[in-house]
Design a protein around this ligand. Structure first.
Ligand code: ADP
Ligand code: MG
Length: 674
């Protein structure tokens, strides 16, 4: 398998330079990668159904004999229609194909075939349009469906896979040690690969899949646990005491029970003598910032330095404003990419001398020039935007500092286990008192003017409003754009109102000015792209209006909605969409029905599937090829237990029986082979 991994895909029969590029595009530049390029779905041809019993409009297989030579008719537009009559012995059916001159040559009178497609029925007869087919005497029971790219058909991939198997040695090295395979009833690698690509039956496919899912999750868990492995080494940054009570006294409000609990758990970690690795998960508005500030306070009081890293400059600035207001006496700086090199150097110097105690910023904190005297605590906000490796980079700026990550994406608990397998978890499951439910309405575009009348009233009453558009500038599609919208709002919809514009292409200074104007009330309406999604906190804003609401996932809509309802005034959210499809309607309805982030996350998972829910970029973990976070939870638990057991006796995976696993972990996490 090793050497195969390096073998270029061009070495396969039938794959030239051009086709190789297409394979590379699909993520299979080598023979080894091709074997791990799994079909995305399968068609079950193994149980052909009698024509009369075939379900309508659902793909199924039919076995039938061709009754007569296919007929050929010229129709409008130079098209040719081929009709094929078949029978299963009891009933007949008509198949139609367009523009395929090979049909009469391939479907021969009197021969039996399997056909796969959707059966349709009208009053008189049943028919299929352009079903796939193969000869009944040698038809595979299960057909793989591969992800495709233009120029590369399923058949081409199948044939490349077939040729790849021809190169495989019979005795393949198996990364999963035999005792584990035995214990969990897992088949061998070669068998699994063969049957994932060319299953002999649906049962064999199940057996193959089980093994490959297990392997993938085992490798993932091994990688995550090894990252966490550092938590077994003693920390030189032990917090000597718990100063949180002192901190709570500084707060302008009474902390919630959940905030107290989270602080206690995290402080406990920091006092334990081992480095902390904790995730704080809390719905928008649950008060994560106050928890972060508590920990920064405790760290700084014990003579450590702390760093708080946010995904956007806007958010970093806001945290800086909040924390430096709250933690008076703590020497705090803001560090972002837009500072001049000289300023950055000055900050780095005072971090190295220990003069600065707390640094708040963007990923600029990760830059090479930045070093600390005694970095003891690293907090990353909205963690799903940072990758595992960035977190590691930040940790390396200190001597195994305590790490806290905060996420506003409420993830069902079981999923959190998968995504954050390397972290301990605190959940902020209680909202600060006095929060009001944000009433949400989903409307079509023809109600826009009514919405603006409502917004006008709010503005007249001194409130503020967000409007979200998906685009910055006018584009070829008819989606709302910030710039165009701003013109119309100024001219037609809200003449005389103070309107600001915010989007990702603006210079940091401009963005900052707009943000400050909005949070200090000099702007009443902020027309923006989703850059406001993360963390903006302007309690006086009471309306969130989202154009082209169909463009966003539920969790994202929930994040956006979380920008309002932060003060004592009643807030509303207006979702504008003209999309009629069922999926969108269901999504927007969910938004109107609930404000509970966890329920929304679960619903999102159901409606969009886990792949979408955690798009690769969002959580920064390696992409899973076969495991599915909704159906494979039990396997995940097994894999986690096995991974723990393996690492307990062989922390570096140095044993010969673990060499294959070690290679896969490196491949998955570092994109390296060793
Ligand atoms: P998030 O969890 O979304 O990051 P924030 O930390 O921004 O939430 O807090 C949202 C708002 O709630 C802020 O204005 C904050 O000052 C306020 N807040 C936080 N904790 C409490 C509390 N215990 N009581 C009252 N208000 C609170
Ligand atoms: Mg926040």
């Amino acid at each position: 398998m090793r050497s195969l991994f390096y073998k270029k895909i061009q070495e396969l029969k039938g794959v030239g330079e051009k086709r190789a590029r297409l394979f590379a595009k699909l993520g299979a530049p080598t023979v080894g990668a091709l074997l791990r390029f799994y079909p995305r779905a399968y068609e079950d041809w193994s149980n052909p159904i009698p024509i009369q019993q075939a379900p309508l409009d659902v793909p199924c297989a039919i076995r039938g004999t061709v009754l007569e030579r296919p007929s050929e008719t010229r129709i409008r537009g130079g098209m040719t229609l081929y009709k094929v009559k078949i029978t299963d012995g009891d009933s007949d059916m008509e198949l139609t194909y367009f523009n395929n001159p090979y049909i009469p040559l391939m479907l021969k009178e009197g021969e039996e075939y399997l056909f796969y497609g959707k059966v349709k029925a009208n009053f008189l007869k049943r028919e299929m349009s352009a079903p796939q087919f193969c000869s009944a005497s040698d038809c595979p029971a299960v057909h793989p469906i591969y992800p495709l790219t233009k120029g590369l058909s399923g058949r081409m991939i199948e044939s490349a896979v077939k040729n790849a198997f021809a190169l495989l040695p019979d005795a393949m090295q198996d990364p999963i040690p035999e005792d584990i395979r035995m214990q969990y009833g897992l088949c061998q690698l070669r068998y699994a690969l063969e049957n994932i690509h060319r299953p002999r039956s649906m049962e064999d496919l199940g057996i193959a899949r089980k093994r490959l899912v297990f392997e993938e999750l085992l490798v993932l868990q091994l990688g995550l646990l090894r990252l966490k492995g550092r938590s077994r080494t003693e920390s030189r940054l032990r917090l000597p005491r718990d100063d949180s009570a002192e901190y709570f006294a500084l707060l302008p409000f009474e902390p919630t029970g959940a905030q107290r609990r989270a602080v206690k758990e995290a402080v406990g970690d920091m006092m334990s003598g081992y480095p902390m690795n904790r995730l704080i998960q809390g719905d928008v508005g649950s008060g994560k910032t106050a928890v972060a500030a508590a920990l920064c306070y405790c760290a700084v009081r014990s003579g450590m330095q702390a760093a708080l890293m946010a995904p956007t400059e806007i958010l970093a600035r806001q945290h800086f404003a909040t924390l430096s207001g709250l933690l008076k006496g703590v020497r705090t700086v803001l560090l972002t990419g837009s500072l001049t090199a000289a300023k950055k150097r000055a900050i780095s110097e005072s971090l190295q001398s220990g003069e600065i105690q707390l640094v708040i910023g963007t990923h600029a904190i990760l830059s090479e020039g930045i070093a600390f005297q005694r970095l003891g605590l690293v907090i990353t906000d909205e963690q799903h935007r940072f990758g595992v490796s960035q977190r590691a980079a930040l940790a390396s700026k200190g001597d195994d500092p305590h790490m806290l990550v905060m996420s506003a994406t409420p993830i069902p608990r079981t999923l959190a286990l998968m995504i954050y397998g390397d972290l301990d978890l605190s959940v902020l499951d209680e909202m600060p008192p006095g929060r009001q439910k944000v009433d949400t309405y989903a409307v079509t575009g023809d109600k826009r003017l009514r919405a603006f009348r409502f917004i006008k009233k709010q503005i007249d009453a001194g409130r503020q409003c967000y409007i979200i558009c998906p685009m910055i500038e006018e584009g070829p599609n008819d989606m709302a754009s910030v710039n165009e919208y701003a013109v119309k709002t100024r001219k037609e919809w809200l003449p005389g109102c103070k309107i600001g514009v915010l989007h990702g292409k603006m210079k940091p200074k401009e963005k900052e000015a707009v943000m400050t104007d909005f949070s200090e009330g000099r702007i009443s309406v902020l027309i923006s792209t989703t850059v406001v999604e993360v963390g903006m906190d302007v309690p006086n804003a009471t309306v969130m209006m989202i154009e082209n609401a169909e463009r966003y996932g539920l969790s994202q809509l929930h994040q956006l909605r979380g920008r309002v309802g932060r003060g004592t005034d009643k807030s509303i959210c207006i979702l504008i969409s003209d999309a009629q499809n069922e999926d969108t309607v269901a999504r927007l309805k969910t938004m109107c029905q609930t404000n509970d982030g966890f329920r929304i996350a679960e619903q999102d998972l159901k409606l969009r599937g886990p792949g979408d829910f955690f798009g690769h970029r969002q959580h920064g973990l390696p992409e899973l090829k076969i495991a599915d976070m909704t159906q494979d939870m039990n396997v995940l638990k097994q894999a986690q237990a096995v991974a723990r057991e393996i690492l307990r006796t062989d922390a570096d995976l140095k044993a010969p029986s673990h060499r294959g696993l070690r290679a896969e972990v490196r491949q998955l996490f570092e994109n390296k082979t060793d």
